[in-house]
Design a protein around this ligand. Structure first.
Ligand code: ZN
Length: 63
């Protein structure tokens, strides 16, 4: 078994992968992604923030 220090030293930051949103940017026609894939906006209906990787436009996708 490892010591707590050994364990913490070997911890690696999980690789951040873009979560693709499956929708296209209105302007660029390229696929947008979820900048905060785990954050669902608490409204009705629930929406998720999506962002264009090209123009950085933020929009909201109904989940
Ligand atoms: Zn765009």
């Amino acid at each position: 078994m490892k010591t707590i220090s050994e364990h913490n030293n070997t911890y690696q930051q999980p690789k951040i992968e873009l979560s693709m949103a499956g929708v296209l940017c209105d302007d660029c026609q390229i696929e947008m992604f979820y900048p905060q894939p785990y954050a669902v906006l608490a409204c009705i209906p629930p929406k998720m923030t999506v962002q264009c990787p090209k123009c950085n436009k933020i929009d909201y996708k109904i989940r």
